[in-house]
Design a protein around this ligand. Structure first.
Ligand SMILES: *[C@@H]1O[C@H](CO)[C@@H](O)[C@H](O)[C@H]1NC(C)=O
Ligand SMILES: *[C@@H]1O[C@H](CO)[C@@H](O)[C@H](O)[C@H]1NC(C)=O
Ligand SMILES: *[C@@H]1O[C@H](CO)[C@@H](O)[C@H](O)[C@H]1NC(C)=O
Length: 348
C-alpha cells in the first residue's frame, strides 16, 4: 500500500479502534506493520514522484486482478507476503533508495531511508494526536513489526553505478568508489545504518527485522552490464551484509527493551538452490529496456512461475513467496538470526 493511502487507512483505523479496543476475532499476530526500504518492498510510492524508476505500468502487476500497482514484480513482494494478515501499517519504501542520502538520486526524487524515517516521524505525531496520548501511542507502536529492506542501491545506484558501467571504471555521478575501498564503504554504510536503526528505535520500534543484501551481482541486468566482473559486486556487497548480524547482536545487547533480527537474504537464496534449479534464473520474464526495467506494454512470459526474475533486477512472486516463507519460518539459522519474523512477532 502506498504511503498516502496507508496513512489515510491507519488514521481511520486509529479513530475506529478507540471504540473497539478488545476485538479478538481473527487477530493477526501483531496489530501493525511498518515497511522501510527500496524497490524490493515499494508498493507504489514512486508512482507520483519525479523519478525514472517506476513500475506502475504493464506488464508489472500482471498477476494482480487490477494490474499494475507500482510493485516491481508480477505479483506480491516479500513485504506483502510477510504482512498478508496485517492490515494496518504504512509502507514507506521507495524504489532506487538507499542508506546514503545521495543513493539513486541520479534516477530522480527517490525517498532515501533518512527521508522515510522523517515520514515515519510525521505519522507518529499524527498517531499520538489521534490517540490523544503519548503513552497509548508508545504502547501501540512497540507491538508492531518493522521491516527494513535496504542497501542494494548503495551498491547498484551508487558505488557501482550500473546506469552506465563506464561510471564505475571512470568518472561518475557518484563519488563513493573514488573515496572508499569496498571494505571502507561497507564500514561507512553500516555505521550510518546503525544510526538509522537507533533512530527507528527512538521512535518506539521494538521488533525490527533487517534484510541483508542478496547476490546482486547475479541479477540479469548486472550480469549483462558487468560480465564476469559482476562477481566483484557480490564480493563488495557481502562485506556489508556480513556486518549486519554483528550489528543486530550489538543493538540487542545495548537496547534490552528492543529486539532486532537479521534476515540472511543470501542464505535464503543459497539454500533455495533446489527450487532455483527448476527456474530460469538467466532470463527475465518481461522484455527489458536497456536500464533493466520492463518495456511498457510488452507481453511478459506466460509461465511466470518458471522464472526467477520478472525484470532485470527483481524476483518474481514465486521467488518472493519462497523467500518470505523462510524469513517468516526459518528452516535453518542461515535464514534468520536470532529470530525469524514469526518468533519476533510472538516475543513479549
Ligand atoms: C572488467 O573490469 C575491468 C577493470 O577491472 C575493465 O577494464 C573491463 O572492461 C571490465 N569488463 C566488463 C565486461 O565490464
Ligand atoms: C570472463 O568472461 C570472458 C568471456 O566473456 C571469458 O573469456 C573469461 O575467461 C572470463 N574470465 C573469468 C575470470 O571468468
Ligand atoms: C548467510 O548465508 C550465507 C550463505 O549461506 C552464509 O555464508 C553466511 O554465513 C550467512 N550469514 C550469517 C550471519 O548467518
Amino acid at each position: 500500500m502506498a504511503f498516502d493511502d496507508a496513512l489515510r487507512i491507519i488514521l481511520s483505523f486509529f479513530l475506529f479502534t478507540k471504540y473497539l479496543q478488545n476485538s479478538v476475532q481473527g487477530e493477526p499476530q501483531v496489530p501493525c506493520y511498518f515497511i522501510f526500504g527500496d524497490s524490493f518492498a515499494d508498493s507504489g510510492n514512486n508512482n507520483n514522484l519525479d523519478v525514472d524508476l517506476r513500475a506502475n505500468y504493464s506488464p508489472y502487476g500482471v498477476d494482480f486482478p487490477k494490474g499494475p500497482t507500482g510493485r516491481y514484480t508480477n505479483g506480491r513482494t516479500v513485504a506483502d507476503i510477510i504482512g498478508k494478515d496485517i492490515l494496518k501499517g504504512v509502507n514507506y519504501a521507495s524504489g532506487g533508495s538507499g542508506i546514503r542520502d545521495e543513493t539513486g538520486k541520479e534516477l530522480g526524487d527517490v525517498v532515501s531511508l533518512n527521508e522515510q524515517l522523517g515520514n515515519h516521524f510525521t505519522v507518529l505525531s499524527k498517531i499520538s494526536a489521534i490517540l490523544n496520548s503519548e503513552s497509548a501511542s508508545r504502547d501501540y507502536l512497540q507491538k508492531c513489526i518493522y521491516i527494513v529492506i535496504i542497501g542494494t542501491n548503495d551498491y547498484l545506484n551508487n558505488y557501482f553505478s550500473y546506469q552506465n558501467k563506464n561510471d564505475y571504471f571512470g568518472p561518475s555521478f557518484y563519488q563513493t568508489s573514488t573515496m572508499y575501498t569496498p571494505q571502507q564503504y561497507a564500514n561507512v554504510l553500516v555505521k550510518q545504518y546503525s544510526k538509522q536503526l537507533k533512530r527507528l528505535r527512538s521512535y518506539g520500534a521494538r521488533k525490527v527485522a533487517i534484510f541483508g543484501v542478496g547476490l546482486i551481482g547475479q541479477l540479469p541486468t548486472i550480469v549483462r552490464t558487468f560480465g564476469n566482473n559482476s562477481s566483484m559486486i557480490d564480493a563488495a556487497a557481502q562485506l556489508f551484509s556480513r556486518k549486519l548480524l554483528p550489528l543486530v547482536t550489538s543493538l540487542n545487547k545495548k537496547f534490552t527493551n528492543a529486539k532486532f533480527t537479521y534476515i540472511n537474504t543470501t542464505g535464503i537464496v543459497t539454500t533455495s538452490a533446489p527450487l532455483l534449479a527448476h527456474l530460469n534464473t538467466k532470463d527475465s520474464c518481461c522484455k527489458l529496456r536497456s536500464d533493466g526495467s520492463c518495456i511498457e506494454g510488452s507481453t511478459p512470459c506466460l509461465l511466470r512461475t518458471h522464472y526467477a526474475f520478472f525484470d532485470g533486477f527483481h524476483p518474481t512472486e514465486a521467488v518472493n513467496v519462497a523467500s518470505a516463507g523462510k524469513a517468516y519460518n526459518k528452516l535453518s539459522p542461515l535464514h534468520a538470526s536470532p529470530y525469524d519474523i514469526c518468533q519476533l512477532a510472538q516475543l513479549p
